[in-house]
Ligand binder design. Structure first.
Ligand code: C2E
Length: 351
């Protein structure tokens, strides 16, 4: 929670702010679920902030405010999204510390073993030496002390083994939390935050290696009409269907994400333009190949189609500009009648 909202919730205006949140949610027709309440609290607590502006945009555009929308906004704008970086760092620090502790113990163990062996040898050589009995007593005492330390060391190692297993379990859990924070809950694809990170990294890698990079944006045709006709729950099923088809084509090194309400994006590193076209065509054709049924009533929902646009990254082009060109290509597909794929490069040539 941002400091200003946090302070407001503990100040004199706390109850009036909370009431206003409920009123505004009711006016907007948004269910007062805990997550929606939290989002609205930030929105009204800081209407000019990034989250406030995005919620206003959604309301002004009369886009449906579904559970999926709330999840996406939370992942992108709520401060808990920042946790992912901290979680990753904490995992790394834990790993490093454990590694250096176990190294130190192993080293101590090795030198103690060597020391014990030296004492044993010395003790054997004392046999028959004049006045050796006294020396042998001293060495035997030292050997016993060394063995004791070795035993303690062994028990320390066992404890360390247990701790290492515990830390591994903890890391796995942190990794799961991190994955959840980067995943769109409705479609199971990467969310916008993960996509932004990945696109920046892919641009940097493409620059470093001088490799090709293509970005595609895909959008479900007439999705709003679909939602209005059949309700948001069915709309969510359509999103899941489209996402499942996209996900099947987006194996590594490709990456697919739910980018906005009914919009998806795909990154194609190191692929030729004909490979990208073939993949996008396969997605478009498969989605349009069957008509869906409404689960609750078995009504025929008809065929869903998508439009897509893609752009090949120019040298040193920023993620924002690349995205803008892919978007322009997407809108060319929409204008040309939907259910098709356009390339920014073809558009430029035609112009
Ligand atoms: P889901 O409902 O969780 O289904 C997951 C997968 O189980 C589907 O992946 C499909 O392989 C299988 N499946 C589920 N129900 C049926 C069925 O009645 N017949 C057959 N043959 N297979 C079934 P798929 O196809 O990739 O779909 C992914 C998601 O897309 C589904 O998740 C659902 O949310 C949505 N979806 C797909 N087709 C339809 C549909 O015709 N109507 C509705 N309402 N949603 C659909």
């Amino acid at each position: 929670m941002t400091a200003s909202v946090d302070t407001a919730l503990r100040g004199p205006e706390a109850f009036s702010l909370s009431r206003r949140v409920i009123d505004e949610m009711e006016t907007a027709g948004v269910w007062p679920t805990p997550l929606n309440f939290e989002l609205w609290l930030h929105y009204l607590g800081d209407p000019e902030g990034a989250l406030g502006r995005e919620i206003r945009r959604i309301l002004d555009a009369q886009e449906p405010f579904t559970e999926g929308t709330a999840d996406m906004l939370a992942a992108e704008y709520l401060p808990r999204g920042r946790l992912t970086e901290e979680i990753r760092d904490a995992g790394r620090v834990l790993d490093r510390e454990l590694h250096s502790i176990s190294e130190a113990i192993a080293k101590a163990h090795r030198s103690q073993t060597a020391y014990g062996q030296t004492l044993d040898k010395a003790s054997a050589r004392m046999d028959g030496v004049e006045g050796g009995e006294q020396l042998q007593t001293i060495v035997t005492g030292l050997t016993a002390a060394t063995r004791k330390i070795q035993r303690e060391n062994e028990s320390l190692e066992k404890r360390l083994e247990v701790s290492t297993r515990e830390v591994a379990r903890l890391r796995e859990h942190l990794e799961q939390v991190r994955r959840d924070a980067l995943t769109d809950a409705l479609t199971n694809l990467a969310n916008r935050k993960a996509f932004d990170e990945q696109l920046t990294a892919a641009c940097e890698a493409a620059d470093a290696e001088g490799e090709a990079l293509t970005l595609a944006v895909l959008d479900i045709d007439h999705f709003k009409r679909f939602n209005d006709n059949w309700g948001h729950q069915t709309g969510d099923q359509v999103l899941r269907y489209v996402a499942s088809v996209i996900g099947r084509v987006a194996g590594a090194p490709r990456m697919a994400a739910r980018f906005g309400g009914e919009e998806f994006a795909m990154i194609f590193p190191r692929e030729r333009v004909d490979q990208v076209k073939t993949a996008l065509e396969a997605i478009r054709r498969e989605i349009a190949s069957r008509s869906l049924r409404r689960r609750s009533t078995n009504d025929d929902l008809g065929v869903v189609t998508i439009s897509a646009g893609f752009a090949i990254r120019r040298p040193d082009e920023s993620p924002t500009l690349l995205l803008e060109r892919a978007d322009t290509a997407l809108y060319a597909s929409k204008r040309a009648g939907r259910n098709r794929i356009s390339s920014a490069e073809d558009l430029q040539q035609a112009a």
